[in-house]
Design a binder for this molecule. Sequence first.
Ligand code: ADP
Length: 271
Amino acid sequence: MKYFVGTDIGSTFIKIAVIDENEKLIGHNTVFTGSHFHENTVKAVGELLGRLKISQDDVEYTVSTGYGRKLLKEADETVSEITANVTGVRNLSGDNGKIKTIINIGGQDLKIISLDDNGNCKNFAMNDKCAAGTGRFLEMVAKNMEVDVSELGNMHINASGLPVSVNSTCTVFAESEIISLLANGHGRNEVVAGVHFSIAKRIARLAQRVGVEDVIFFDGGPALNRGLVLAIEDELMRDIFIPDTPQITTAFGAALIAKDSSVLEKETVDA
Ligand code: ADP
């Protein structure tokens, strides 16, 4: 059996996906990006292959994507995050009908991608350089609440009062606003819910630029946050589909592209 590897080197996490010849996802790995992008990616790939008992020689082709994609010199090819993401989404939509809109939130970016009837990218909108509404913003909130970012979803769900409105969009101002809301006695859960609604409003504004059509797919690490999902559904007044492993969609897409590229390469050599 031959295998294909996709590496998504993000600003916050490195995600690795391995698929087999039947395009089945057989394993994935998520590690902190840290400051040693190349070294940490090579280590994460090695760890995953070791866990799956796959030898490097059985890896036919590797495609790298994400913010740090060009740093992985060992990759056979690099592709943009949007290309890899859209490819992964097309293959993960299952029985949910045709995906027409993707909301993708990463460590420092926020994208809305609109797809045509064939599942190709038709148009997209992206945040500017500001971190508002991104994974970093949520990490700042978690730090101020003294919890792990994975706990924000439950805090939102456990809020007993109304979400407290958080008006600052800039991360630095939002941090001061959150600290002052807590100092004024507002509940932590209600403030977290307010943060999620402020991000959801930002997403809705960005989405207006490309137009939102059902079915909507949400991926990237923040899609693991159930509270944020509820806030976005509420703001867009639509249901959103979230895959089982939303953080690895882009790495999975890169692995699928690796398989296609390897077939193309073979056909060219054989011709
Ligand atoms: P990137 O590709 O830019 O590194 P990711 O798609 O990996 O970004 O998303 C990273 C963000 O996902 C983090 O900044 C954090 O906000 C969020 N995140 C990561 N793990 C979880 C989790 N278990 N629950 C909720 N949010 C999470």
